[in-house]
Design a protein around this ligand. Sequence first.
Ligand SMILES: [Zn+2]
Length: 303
Amino acid sequence: MDLTKTLKKIDLHAHSHLPGGPERVRGGTWPTPEIVRAVYDKLNIEYGLLMSCGAPEHMHDPITSRDAEAISKAYPETFPYWFCYLDPRMAYNNVNKVPDYSYYIDFFRERGARGAGEIQANMMIDDPRLIGLFSHCAKKNFPVTLHFGQLGIRWGVVDDLGLVRLEKILAEFPTLTVLAHAASFWSEISADVTEETRHQNNKGKIVREGRIAALMRKYPNLICDISAASGFNALSRDLEYTYEFFDEFYPQIVFATDISSPAYDFTASNLSNLLDDGYKSGNISSVAYRAIVRENALRILSQ
Ligand SMILES: [Zn+2]
């Protein structure tokens, strides 16, 4: 049986917006549900988890929780699941006063939200405002998707070299499912990453082992979201390592696309092909393939 044909993938990191909003200054904007659907049909993807996105650091045309809910309701075959948007600055933006995130989690979960994200606030990942948010998500068993960035330079939560602050979060909140992605996260797949290279898509053979492997081995609540150019870069730079990485950590790796513009659908194809080719060549086991492209997503969505 060829699983690449019989097993439909799930995209655990989708963006989409209804038409009519502004393009980015540099051009392009969020893909419509119809555009995402066409990519899904081409790549044998059954459906996606639709992200909300409210951080002004990145969003020229925010996708609110209620936008995501409305798109999910209007396109249930493409986006049956969605994440709401929780921001570490909401309500008070006060390091000494944590909003009652549980109230908002209950509100949006009641309406169908399965987690929070994509969180792109540009602050240290252990800032008290984020710790407050994480503590409520952990208490409520509400997964979070985090984009890792660079302070004052690029959107996303910020860590030090070695993801040492992420480790504190994973240790403090073992019930918090953390879905992590972006170049500032994936650069840590290799041990030779430096302060100078840690925010870019690095090339070349992996120097073993990076901090990602160490963290995944120790913290089952860390999930690698392989979406976008950053995920594809990290997994295609050294296929020999990638296959070993999949073999050991497949329960904590999820297929995802992060198509941010109609012009970026090639990244989704690249990621899908990397998994399909690995499976067909016998380098990815059927157990690992099933988990990464579908079963882990179902587990996370049913939390
Ligand atoms: Zn992102």
